[in-house]
Design a protein around this ligand. Structure first.
Ligand code: BDP
Length: 332
């Protein structure tokens, strides 16, 4: 009987030891945590360069414990579909335009209204103010953690049919917009026909005449080769739409609060790198498009365009009108 108990104890003890040893081993040789970030643009594009910088900082600051793998070129899907996957944790991070994000968090429309910012500096002052942080934090109930902002210049119209010099020139043109209700309204307010479509489908849609044009900044006009099939570019600069990096709240909740802090800080610290890369690439894109012989027209004055878009402001909810007023007051 006594011997039986001793044997039983021994068995239990060895089992306990090997269990403890197993655990210790797991901790020592623990694999890095690998997280995925989805990006629409190709590897050389300035937002993707910003993503790589973010990933580099996270890896460095966690001594390699956390690796963020960047998937450029829409490998994980187009923006809207990617945002959905981030929402339910299938993708950990993405860098997107706030336009498609506004379908999930409608308040973001207040940050992409036409002619909202007086200048690029004004936009940065807003994003770096408590308003910017309030927007980043507002995403949590929708299942996202807002991390940081990237530059995206100003968006303007391009098409394959005719130069646009006045609002009347836009009449009846079929213009692709992002998958965003606000952008549909914006194009319709100018008398054109809005066609929402994923970014990756725009080139062939212009080439085959399904649409006449689209709207975007210099870098995207160039990097997508849209400038080859839509030769008229009018610099009306109707919107400045910030880029944003978001994390899946489900993915973040699995990490320690210390690691969450490192990730948030690394994202903020990658902004300066992207903003510089943006300025450099914007110049490269502009030079290349001009060298290609495209017809570029800069609106001498945007008041006609601005007046045509006023109904979009009138249609905003009273709450968003207040946010717009706060944005406009920054730096005044
Ligand atoms: C580019 C943004 C990209 C958007 C794209 C678009 O960087 O995130 O998806 O515009 O128009 O400027 O869809």
């Amino acid at each position: 009987m006594k011997r039986g108990i001793v044997v039983l104890l021994l068995v239990l003890l060895t089992a306990g030891f090997s269990f403890a040893a197993g655990n210790a081993e797991k901790e020592v040789s623990s694999e890095p945590i690998v997280l995925r970030l989805a990006e629409t643009h190709g590897a050389d594009y300035p937002t993707t360069q910003g993503d790589y910088e973010f990933a580099r900082l996270v890896e460095e600051r966690t001594n390699g414990r956390i690796k963020i793998e960047v998937y450029p070129g829409s490998q994980l899907g187009e923006e809207r579909a990617v945002i959905e996957q981030v929402q339910f944790g299938a993708i950990d991070f993405t860098r997107v335009s706030i336009s498609p994000l506004a379908a999930f968090a409608p308040d973001f429309n207040a940050l992409q209204m036409p002619y909202l910012y007086r200048s690029p500096e004004h936009m940065w002052e807003v994003l770096n103010s408590p308003i910017g942080d309030e927007f980043l934090n507002s995403l949590e109930p929708s299942g996202f953690v807002g991390l940081s902002w990237f530059d995206s210049g100003a968006r303007s119209f391009y098409n394959s049919v005719r130069p646009i010099k006045t609002v009347a020139d836009l009449a009846g043109l079929k213009i692709r917009v992002q998958e965003s209700a606000l952008m549909v309204g914006l194009v319709e307010a100018l008398g054109a026909v809005a066609t929402p479509m994923p970014f990756g489908e725009v080139y062939s849609a212009i080439q085959t005449g399904v649409i006449d044009g689209a709207e975007n900044n210099w870098p995207s006009y160039y990097s997508t080769s849209h400038y080859e099939v839509a030769g008229f570019y009018t610099l009306d600069e109707h919107t400045r739409v910030p880029e944003i990096t978001i994390a899946s709240k489900m993915s973040m909740d699995k990490l320690s609060s210390e690691d969450q802090k490192i990730i948030k800080q690394a994202a903020k610290d990658s902004m300066a790198f992207q903003i510089k890369a943006w300025a450099d690439y914007e110049k490269v894109a502009e030079d290349a498009v001009i060298a290609n012989g495209n017809e570029i027209y800069r609106l001498p004055d945007n008041s006609e365009f601005q007046a045509a878009m006023q109904p979009l402001y009138d249609a905003l909810s009273p709450d968003l009108q207040k946010v717009v007023a706060k944005v406009r007051a920054v730096g005044k």
